[in-house]
Design a protein around this ligand. Sequence first.
Ligand code: NAD
Ligand code: HSE
Ligand code: NA
Length: 427
Amino acid sequence: MSTPLRVAVLGCGVVGSQVVRLLQENGDDLAARIGAPIELVGVAVRRLDAPRDVELAEHLITTDAVELVTRADLVVEVIGGIEPARTLILSALENGASVVTANKALLAEDGATLFEAAEKAGRDLYYEAAVAGAIPILRPLRESLAGDSITKVIGIVNGTTNYILDKMDSQGSGFLEALAEAQELGYAEADPTADVEGFDAAAKAAILASLAFHTRVTASDVYREGISEVTAADVASAKAMDSVVKLLAIVELKGDQVGVRVHPAMIPRRHPLANVREAYNAVFVESEAAGQLMFYGRGAGGAPTASAVLGDLVTVARHRLAGTKGAGESAYAARAIQPMGETLTRYHVAIDVDDTAGVLATIAGAFAEHGVSIQTVRQEGRDQDAQLVVVSHDATDAQLAATVAHLRSMDVVRDVTSVMRVEGIDA
Ligand SMILES: NC(=O)c1ccc[n+]([C@@H]2O[C@H](COP(=O)([O-])OP(=O)(O)OC[C@H]3O[C@@H](n4cnc5c(N)ncnc54)[C@H](O)[C@@H]3O)[C@@H](O)[C@H]2O)c1
Ligand SMILES: N[C@@H](CCO)C(=O)O
Ligand code: NA
């Protein structure tokens, strides 16, 4: 066998500790699969005395990540966040190391700098763990589907928010209670705002859009709404329509433009994404020749994420041994981003109205005034007032937003109790 490949792991938290565990437990198999032994030369941590979920020889632990990357052939970055992760990855590449990272926040903010550095260094930068954890989705987009034309990717790509929405739907749990459980289980980001407000899903949407459409999409290009405004009333309203609320990431090709958005949406319970429970993720891909493909599995958690990291590590190690590297960034198409206002969406709107003659026609008139056609209306009478639940046909997001603003200003409208986009039913 060849001389050992030296591996440095940066960060020993939820994911890092599982990467270290698998490296230590599966060393012989990994060596056989790669064709060279893997030698763990160090694990960079923030604090030497912090409790860790993995047994680790003391001489391997260091707080000097900068020094550690200078003595590794393969660097695994699982610290997260922008700095010092970016500087460490750049310095690893400059030193000739191949890099594996799970850091979607960094890739979505400044992937271009990292990809250019990897290209310049002639080294690999792999990041399967960054999107949908254990699910192989980036490699299928980069490699298996490289000969096809992808038209749309729609997915549940954040485990924490899916866990919260699932518990609200199935157990009537409160938002904060479900979030605390998701944090306890290791699904949430260090700052769970990234999950709850959709930043994490938006970073993943940017990465998916870049790969699917061969263009550069950054986190700031993504239209983003999180789930902090989703109420028990929204969840109940969805239930009444035999639907569920999910946080969706949707990236699609619209002519020459790329639509890229993250927001909660109601989807019918019969839709396959409706059955994605707890912290599971699922991603649908539609492409011209292959048609529809679905990827499903654990999108968060230490061991599942470490599985994707190790898969990349084996790949980049094999490349090192063969004196080659994988394909770099493919951004030749340079597409513009479609403004959210021009995106075709559908709305579900629940409205408390005065139960008087002609109210239905008045409400329908408001939709018509903004050019929005109605698909269904359900009315429930309740003493002096009534609730109307309207589901629109496809209209631009701008038309729908204007309709809701108009409804809110009307005398017959007591309250607009739920507004949510609808996905997954035929227009
Ligand atoms: N947890 C998941 O389910 C999951 C899934 C996919 C991707 N990720 C990504 O993996 C990365 C790590 O996530 P995590 O959940 O393990 O986070 P974590 O907070 O549990 O672990 C990060 C660790 O890095 C350490 N650290 C911070 N600064 C450091 C420094 N300068 N040097 C060395 N160590 C330092 C922290 O002390 C912490 O232990 C993030 O990019 C995250 O987005 C996480
Ligand atoms: N915090 C993320 C981790 C996986 O990327 C989630 O909940 O999905
Ligand atoms: Na993945």
